[in-house]
Design a protein around this ligand. Structure first.
Ligand code: PGA
Length: 232
């Protein structure tokens, strides 16, 4: 399975040095992808652990102050990139068009996008889940060739579940995964949103899940180890 770790905007230099030592002690046959803050990317060079970014510029190298391009990321060993996380859609006002461009830039630079999609609680309560997911999926991938689409990893992250400790029922997750796989039959699909060392016992009963995108748990190595143990 894929276990992608989204550190978000956490870990200063000292914390990161310790984090790296701790993460090296994880023994697993699952594919671990660590997505640190940009500034910590050059510090992470651990065999058997893949490197991911949390964002990518929608442009190439050039006069775009503050942006980090796919070419730059690749040159630092980044092979994956989270794109369209709900926090970026909401706080940074990333549009469907921005996300589409970022997916293209990632693929152009041989970086595998981890495309985050998910509905708000309001959208779920008003039966808009599939409409929202379909729009996010179709818009992000509409200009891509089939073989490019196949490379994309999808992370289903219900927004109401991120960082809240509340997770959907297994049936709700399974229904959404079936829908995603109908649209993106060759893509791996991850679940994200408050997945932890306690609820993994329940989540792992869903056979259709290809892996997890972990936020809070990515920072707690001991609990992360328990999560991985229970997943096996
Ligand atoms: P969480 O975050 O695991 O802390 O809910 C997941 C994410 O935002 O990717």
């Amino acid at each position: 399975m894929i276990i992608a770790l989204n550190n978000k905007s956490n870990l200063d230099k000292k914390d990161m040095d310790k984090y790296i030592e701790d993460i090296k002690t994880i023994k697993t046959s699952h594919q671990l992808i660590v997505c640190p803050s940009f500034i910590n990317i050059p510090l992470l060079n651990i065999s058997n652990i893949c490197l991911g970014a949390q964002n990518i510029s929608s442009t190439d190298n050039g006069a775009y102050t503050g942006e980090i391009s796919g070419e730059q990321l690749k040159s630092y060993g980044v092979d994956y990139c989270i794109i369209g996380h709900s926090e970026r859609r909401e706080y940074e006002k990333e549009s469907l068009e921005d996300i589409k461009q970022k997916i293209k830039k990632a693929l152009e630079n041989d970086i595998i996008p981890i495309l985050c999609i998910g509905e708000t609680l309001n959208q779920r309560e008003n039966n808009f889940v599939y409409k929202v997911l379909e729009e996010e999926l179709l818009s992000a991938t509409e200009d891509l060739k089939e073989e490019e689409k196949a490379k994309i990893i999808i992370a289903y992250e219900p927004i109401w579940s991120i960082g809240t400790g509340i997770i959907p029922t297994n049936k709700e997750i399974e229904d959404v995964f079936q829908f995603i796989k109908q649209n993106m039959p060759k893509s791996k699909v991850l679940y994200g949103g408050s997945a932890n060392e306690q609820n993994i016992e329940t989540l792992k009963r869903i056979p259709i899940i290809d892996g997890y995108l972990l936020g809070g748990l990515s920072l707690k190595i001991e609990k992360l180890k328990l999560f991985i143990e229970k997943l096996d």
